[in-house]
Design a protein around this ligand. Sequence first.
Ligand code: GAP
Length: 447
Amino acid sequence: MEDLVSLCKRRGFIYQTNELYGGLQGLYDYGPLGVELKNNLKEAWWSSMVYERDDVEGLDSSILTHPNVLKYSGHEETFTDPLVDCKECKSRWRSDNIVDNICPSCGSSDLTEPRPFNLMFKTNVGPVDDGSNFAYLRPETAQQIFTNFKNVIDSTSRTLPFGIAQIGKAFRNEITPRNFIFRVREFEQMELEFFVEPGSDEDWHEKWVENRINWWVKQGVKRESIKIIDVPSQDLSHYSKKTVDIMYKFPHGVEELEGIANRTDFDIGSHTRHQKEYNITAKVKENPDSVTKLAIQNKITNKWTIPYVIEPSAGVDRGVLAVLNEAYRVEKLDGEKERTVLALKPHLSPIKAAIIPLKRNNEELVSKALEIKQSLQSLKLGRVLLDNSGNIGKSYRRHDEIGTPMCITIDFQTLEDDTVTIRNRDTMEQERLNVSKVSTYFQSKLL
Ligand code: GAP
């Protein structure tokens, strides 16, 4: 993990937030390359969920959330971790991280009894700060999908089965944030809430588990680095009938990358008005506050149904860590030399191609390089960089390390015969190509 963290900082993928003031624990910023990688991963998810299917709509809802949403969702009561304090060194721990009742920091066994600690952040809405006008920062993007259920049906005329997809920030006041971007207090989720007829939920659950494993493999996560577990019933979230976790072999151990839950009719049943009119199977809190009917009408039978929900929910930051970890390798070269390579899938690479003039600031070479950069950039397949550093060997190493799939070198021969050298990141092989063929070559490697 240390090598990866150091590469992330050195090359501009990920920095600790507010490091200049000592940092804020459990918060990270994505640098120039990190933001590209993260956006590419989110784009791949959005494309597979929304564009490549015809039964999913997108949504981008607000982060600040009405307290009633998180009251009826069960989060106010149950979204807690058991917390213990060390009376000796005053550190705080999740009690499930304590072994043999010993403080991991100072070794004391003088610990408090575990007590529940709610993980939701609160903030004040409006100018009066007396605690009466508060809102939560959403702890999952899912709830805002449920509260928009009727809006989306009304504006799209969807019938079951269909889904609503959302990517966005979620906030949890984790007691012990740890392992780089694995467990943080501010993170992003990619969540799909897929609404189905009760009774068809188990089949859909299986389909989504399969779909999500295949998607991660397409992002470069090896199938053998993934472990699928059926969450034991005593560990299920309050809303879940069954959850399958996609676990990944992170550098610090095998942990959850994504969960696929069968949330039954719990959420829509919790937020609808007139709950008694429906045959809600989940145990929901009585809701006198909702003013909206959240059922869906079957157009053939005219019957109103509260749908079941299948939810594949993935963490963007954990996804970034997984694809970086899979891609990172140090290769031995001839002699004593070695090179670091990020063998990212090209669609995830922060820079798709580097155009390198052989001689720095040589007007003719730079102008030809700029021409090629602009023509590749106009294809809109991601960032193409004109790298005018003048040291070809160093540029190749740098681009290997940040995962650029190809480097295109403009040399003096280019000015004579309009050919360039294309170097492949993974094989280090070089080939000479006519400039007129570069766009097609570039597209073929990225699509
Ligand atoms: N809506 C369901 C839900 O939020 P979850 O298992 O609590 O379920 C879903 O979270 C995903 O969000 C996890 O699989 C993980 O990838 C990511 N995640 C959860 N807590 C996180 C944290 N503190 N830091 C980074 N990612 C987190």
